[in-house]
Structure formats: structure tokens, C-alpha cells
Design a protein around this ligand. Structure first.
Ligand SMILES: [Mg+2]
Length: 276
């Protein structure tokens, strides 16, 4: 028996779904990192940056649960508090996290657009794409990010936050809700781009083209200033490691930044036109 599979690349891209922190705004995804470090510091637990970044991209409540489940953090918590962290602690930490994160989000060092984001959005629209954003932030946090982004010239056609869906990344619902809200299908006419492993997984789970963003995101983990002062060899090593993680997650392609997205869409649409 022979099965004819559809050619995988015949639909031009009509929707680009972008992650926020580390992809569109907040070079290096520093805002959530700073908030998690401060939250745990207030409870007597000093997190290493790498620990705090591990679950990035998931819903912030899940992120807190994942941090408490790390053996070292779990032990530190037990030593400091005399009890194992439970659901009440998670709830309390999440409630404390929100004002900490909200206060950080409007600071310009975290709210600035990633270089090229505004230009990329207008180029993508010129290529016939709508633009959606998804985030692990709740709506009150997302409102702040979008307000600051709009002041800087970036406004998506649709935004879906962690508050809107039953489960965040790597589930596909955030990205698929963008498509549903705009009435765009099939999913092969959508490309999802994000800077974390769960972003890539969510795009694949959604049946979309799924791209990783390496240089400006959580896996590189550096502000633009810090990245520029890094020795070239160290920068190259860190970038190669970030790219490798995103490729290993199954990304169809890994870009350095959002600025490269219009060229990817243009090349994809060219291939699609040739194969249609
Ligand atoms: Mg991100």
C-alpha cells in the first residue's frame, strides 16, 4: 500500500506568532529572570541564574513549581523554612511574584523592543502576514508589556496570554488561539517563533512551522550590552550552544533574532510557490 503524503511546504505564511520576552522585547529575557531571583531571595533562597532560567517560557506558576522541584532549591527551602514546599507555598509565591514582575516590566531596560522588531513587523505585514504574540505572562503583565511595546511602535494583531488558555507551553493552545482568533488555517500557513525549548515544542505541537530564536533570548541569557562586551570566542560558544538546544528541540530553523524572520518567510513563500 502506498500512501501519498501532502507536500509539506505549499502554503504561504499568513500568520507569524511571536513570543514576547527574548523574542520581541526584553533582549536576553531579563525581566522574568530578575523577578524570579528577587522572589526567591525574599524567601531566603539564592537562585543561580541558570537555575532560574531553566523553566523559562512556561506559565509563571509552573515556573515556580519547577524551581521548587530542583533538588538544590528544594533542600535550601526545607533548611530555611523547616518544611517541604507545598501547594500553599506555590500559591503564595505566585501571588508575590506578580507585583514584583509588574514593577519590573515597565522599566525601559526590560521593555525595549529587540533591535529590528518594529521593522520586521512592517516587513512581515508587507509579505501578507498577520502578527500574533503569545506569552507565559498573565494578562496584567501582558498589558504592561504590550502598552510599552506600542509606545515603541510595535502592536500585534492579536495577543494571547497564559491567562487565556488551560495550559501554557509546550501545549499548542497559546499559538493555536492566535490562529483561531484571526481565522487563519491551515496551521502550515503559520510560523511560530520563540526563544525557549518549550516555544519550539509548542509550535511543533500546534502543527506550525516552528523557529527558535537564539541570540536575543533566554538561552543566550545576556543583555545587549553584556553580549557586546563578551569575548568573541565566548560569544560564539554560547550562541552555538543556544542554537544546538533549539535544533535539538526540533526547530525547523534557528535564527539569531526577529530581524531575520521576514527573510525566512520570503524564502519559505518562494519554496511554497515553486512546489504548489
Ligand atoms: Mg521568551
Amino acid at each position: 500500500m502506498s500512501i501519498a503524503y501532502p507536500t509539506p511546504c505549499v502554503d504561504p505564511i499568513r500568520l507569524v506568532v511571536l513570543d514576547l520576552a527574548g523574542t520581541t522585547v526584553d533582549y536576553g529575557s531579563r525581566a522574568p529572570l530578575a523577578a524570579f531571583l528577587e522572589l526567591f531571595r525574599r524567601h531566603g533562597v539564592e537562585l543561580a541564574e541558570e537555575e532560574a532560567r531553566g523553566p523559562m517560557g512556561t506559565h509563571k506558576r509552573k515556573h515556580i513549581e519547577a524551581l521548587l522541584a530542583l533538588p538544590r532549591v528544594h533542600q535550601l527551602w526545607c533548611d530555611r523554612h523547616g518544611n517541604e514546599p507545598g501547594p500553599t507555598d506555590v500559591q503564595q509565591l505566585y501571588e508575590e511574584f506578580q507585583p514584583i514582575q509588574l514593577a519590573l516590566l515597565s522599566q525601559s531596560e526590560y521593555a525595549n523592543l529587540i533591535p529590528g522588531a518594529k521593522k520586521a513587523a512592517s516587513e512581515l505585514r508587507a509579505l501578507g502576514c498577520r502578527i500574533g504574540v503569545t506569552t507565559g505572562y498573565s494578562w496584567d503583565m501582558t498589558d504592561v508589556v504590550l502598552r510599552e511595546a506600542a509606545r515603541r511602535g510595535f502592536a500585534p494583531d492579536v495577543a494571547v496570554s497564559g491567562s487565556d488558555v488551560p495550559e501554557g507551553r509546550p501545549a499548542p493552545w497559546l499559538a493555536q488561539t492566535c490562529a483561531r482568533e484571526l481565522g487563519i488555517y491551515p496551521m502550515t500557513s503559520v510560523v511560530k517563533a520563540g526563544d525557549t525549548v518549550v516555544d519550539v515544542e509548542a509550535g511543533l505541537n500546534a502543527g506550525m512551522w516552528s523557529l527558535g530564536i537564539a541570540a536575543t533570548g533566554n538561552l543566550m541569557g545576556l543583555s545587549q550590552e553584556a553580549e557586546q562586551t563578551l569575548a568573541p570566542v565566548e560569544r560564539a560558544q554560547r550562541l552555538a550552544a543556544a542554537r544546538q538546544r533549539l535544533h535539538a528541540a526540533g526547530a525547523h530553523a534557528v535564527l539569531d533574532s526577529i530581524a531575520e524572520l521576514p527573510a525566512w518567510v520570503e524564502a519559505h513563500n518562494q519554496r511554497a510557490a515553486e512546489q504548489a
